[in-house]
Write a protein that binds this ligand. Structure first.
Ligand code: GLU
Length: 318
């Protein structure tokens, strides 16, 4: 079976060190295992997309020495290429999402929901701040609510989860499990503004692109059981998951795109060299003594997949 792996940035801000670390490790994993490496632009949410960030992301990756076998055509900005598994920009994939959405709807996996987050969080009293589990109000609505749903113009679509445990063995973090009903709840696959949601788009694209290995930041670990629930009902091939522990700043706070302080653009403006920036991505990892940080390629030559995984496993246990 041919292997395929991907990196899928969202152009909602400049890539920071944490994003680039996921990109680098995904590229290394692909190159070490002989997988096709795909770059996908997760630009589904036009409201969050910042003009110029998709181009900047590709330029950042190029600068680090990360290349890809398939991805958006960059001759005239980031535009789609249609080939065996394109387009590689989610904003061009609505037809694919619509098809799968219709299939899920026809097979009874979805229901309309008119609750706003504010509304249902007020109903559920969470002992520790915000409730995050949708209580299923629109799943079995009262007669009055059903009338509101039927006459409503604005509604989202939720995926009906079963009361069952999803288990998988993450290649880095090991055995992981979540009960869909208890830990996850019915989740949105299409938003009230008509946009397809991240989980649906990711599952459809990963299947379309025949992705066998998903390597991404551990902040997305929680998403995996939702995606596996969709994969199972759609009968798609289950990929291997590699969730990389997040880099934190000196105060132990995880990096985010929002403040832009650790973006590659900023680091380059501060005069940091490529080797210095790549070295930062290995901060806290063991086994780095003989690493040549000149470029992504020299790292590829000085480590092996086993060594990196062992080091990441130790890091995640600290
Ligand atoms: N586009 C997502 C992000 O930048 C990543 C999606 C994924 O890897 O599944 O956070």
């Amino acid at each position: 079976m041919s292997l395929a792996s991907r990196y899928a940035p969202s152009p909602s801000g400049p890539l920071h060190l944490g994003n680039l670390r996921s990109a680098l490790f995904a590229w290394l994993q692909a190159r070490w295992s002989g997988a096709i490496f795909i770059l996908r632009m997760d630009d589904l949410d036009a409201l969050r997309t910042i003009p110029g960030m998709a181009e900047q992301a590709l330029e950042d990756l190029n600068w680090l020495g990360i290349d890809w076998d398939r991805g958006p055509n960059t001759d005239q900005g980031v535009v789609s290429v249609k080939d065996t598994c394109g387009p590689y920009t989610q904003s061009d994939c609505d037809d694919h999402y619509q098809q799968v959405f219709d299939q899920l709807r026809q097979t009874g996996h979805l229901y309309k929901c008119i609750c706003s987050r504010k509304e249902w969080q007020a109903v559920v009293s969470a002992p520790h701040g915000e409730a995050s589990l949708y209580p299923g109000t629109c799943r079995n609505p009262s007669i009055a609510k059903q009338q509101r749903i039927d006459s409503g113009k604005q509604f989202s679509w939720r995926f009906r989860v079963d009361d069952r445990v999803i288990r998988f063995v993450d290649e880095i973090l090991g055995e992981t499990k979540q009960n869909l009903a208890v830990d996850v709840g019915d989740f949105i696959v299409r938003r009230a503004d008509g946009l397809f949601a991240y989980h649906l788009a990711t599952v459809v694209d990963d299947a379309r692109m025949k992705i066998t290995d998903v390597l991404r930041g551990a902040d997305l670990l929680d998403s995996t059981s939702r995606q596996l629930a969709l994969i199972q009902v759609l009968n798609y091939q289950i990929p291997k998951y590699w969730h990389v522990p997040l880099i934190t700043d000196a105060k132990g706070k995880r990096l985010a795109k929002r403040d832009g302080s650790d973006s590659l653009m900023q680091l380059r403006k501060q005069g940091r060299s490529r080797a210095e920036i790549l070295k930062l991505m290995f901060d806290g990892l063991s086994g780095t003594d003989n690493t040549n940080y000149e470029s992504a390629q020299t790292i590829l030559d000085s480590w092996s997949l086993d060594e990196l995984v062992t080091s990441l496993r130790c890091y995640s246990r600290v």
